[in-house]
Design a binder for this molecule. Structure first.
Ligand SMILES: [Zn+2]
Length: 136
């Protein structure tokens, strides 16, 4: 089983603060454009489709599937070095957006594309946790 990554504190700014505050509540928060309905992630001030500033936040299901992944065997960054090998992955959320994340709680050899996963939140060195995923 992969060791736990010690994540650095995420940098929250005006665009991303609602996302990180959601993570602190154990909620995966995405954005929806009120003008055209586009769902998006990463958090932005404007809609990536129509450039409207009418963006709202909502709590996503936290469910998705493994879109792609790699097993990282070398990373010299503190907090990651000690966790190698670990899984770096794109998870496609049930709502559509894809999230760059880590998959935890399983052997890398157990993973396959399309595997159902569910979000949970890993503590960091700072105020906000980061979402990671575990096989559902
Ligand atoms: Zn839009």
């Amino acid at each position: 089983m992969a060791k736990e990554i010690r994540h650095p504190a995420p940098g929250a700014d005006a665009e991303t603060r609602p996302y990180w505050e959601g993570a602190a509540r154990g909620e995966l928060v995405l954005q929806r454009c009120r003008a055209c309905g586009t769902l998006q992630h990463r958090p932005r001030a404007l809609c990536v489709t129509c450039l409207s500033g009418e963006i709202e936040h909502f709590v996503a299901s936290g469910r998705g599937h493994l879109y792609t992944f790699t097993v990282t065997h070398q990373n010299q960054a503190p907090g990651f070095r000690e966790a190698c090998p670990y899984v770096l992955a794109y998870v496609e959320l049930e709502e559509g957006p894809r999230l760059l994340t880590n998959v935890v709680g399983c052997e890398p050899s157990e993973l396959r594309i399309g595997l159902p996963v569910r979000a949970e939140f890993a503590a960091t060195d700072g105020e906000f946790p980061v979402p990671v995923f575990r096989p559902a």
